[in-house]
Design a protein. Structure first.
Ligand code: SIN
Ligand code: FE2
Length: 217
């Protein structure tokens, strides 16, 4: 399409990269809001600190997580689920800050999913060596809504595959401010993150933070 001809070229490639029919990488999309986002993350984690969850299989996750929104994703011996209460504090998760919601809505609309109204945001913290093995996001009741994923801090290698675990995966370098949206035919695509390489990010230091927005209920 002619529109593609006018896309700007950043240092790491085109500003928008189609990963599959329903999956788009928007490079640098969250950069204008970086300071606001980081301040909001600090406020959320002061109320609901990052923690390492244990999977139902008994493994401690290398990624530390917390949540904001009406419900948060939790894992324990009984399984994975969304819960309105933070099990650590016994209180509701911190509310989703308006700039989070606005960014997620804009990115979804940009990727062809207008009207996205996330009710959950999982916040993942990766320190060097942390990884997320190949999985599907399938604990949400509303699979009609996309997933919007915002990367901040150190760069990571994102793995994006198909609808079967055995499908080949492609690797994408995600940098500070990059946003990936997947939905429609790709909503249940397998994805993961390779072990984080060590480094130092100007704003976030030795870590990567990822926000994933979902419509859980
Ligand atoms: C996720 O799958 O929940 C997070 C993906 C990422 O950290 O990029
Ligand atoms: Fe995921």
């Amino acid at each position: 399409m002619t529109a593609d001809l006018f896309e700007s070229l950043g240092a790491t490639g085109p500003a928008r990269e189609k990963l599959a029919e329903g999956a788009l990488l928007l490079r640098g999309f969250a950069r204008p809001q970086q300071h606001e986002l980081i301040a909001a993350i600090d406020a959320i984690t002061a109320q609901a600190p990052f923690r390492h969850l244990v999977t139902p299989g008994g493994y401690r996750m290398s990624v530390a997580i917390t949540n904001c929104g009406d419900v948060g994703w939790v894992s324990d011996a009984s399984g994975y689920r969304y819960d309105a209460i933070d099990p650590e504090s016994g209180k509701p998760w911190p509310a989703m800050p308006p700039p989070f919601r606005a960014l997620a809505e804009q990115a979804a609309a940009e990727a062809g999913f207008p009207g996205f109204a996330p009710d959950a945001c999982l916040i993942n913290r990766y320190e060097p060596g942390a990884r997320l093995s190949l999985h599907q996001d399938r604990d949400e009741r509303n699979l009609g809504a996309p997933i919007v994923s915002v990367s901040l801090g150190l760069p990571a290698t994102f793995l994006f595959g198909g609808l079967k675990r055995s499908d080949p995966t492609r690797r994408y370098r995600l940098e500070h401010g990059d946003v990936v949206v997947w939905g429609g035919p790709e909503r249940l695509a397998f994805h993961g993150v390779a072990p984080l390489a060590d480094g130092e990010h100007g704003l976030l230091g030795r870590k990567r933070i990822n926000l994933t927005f979902r419509r859980a209920r």
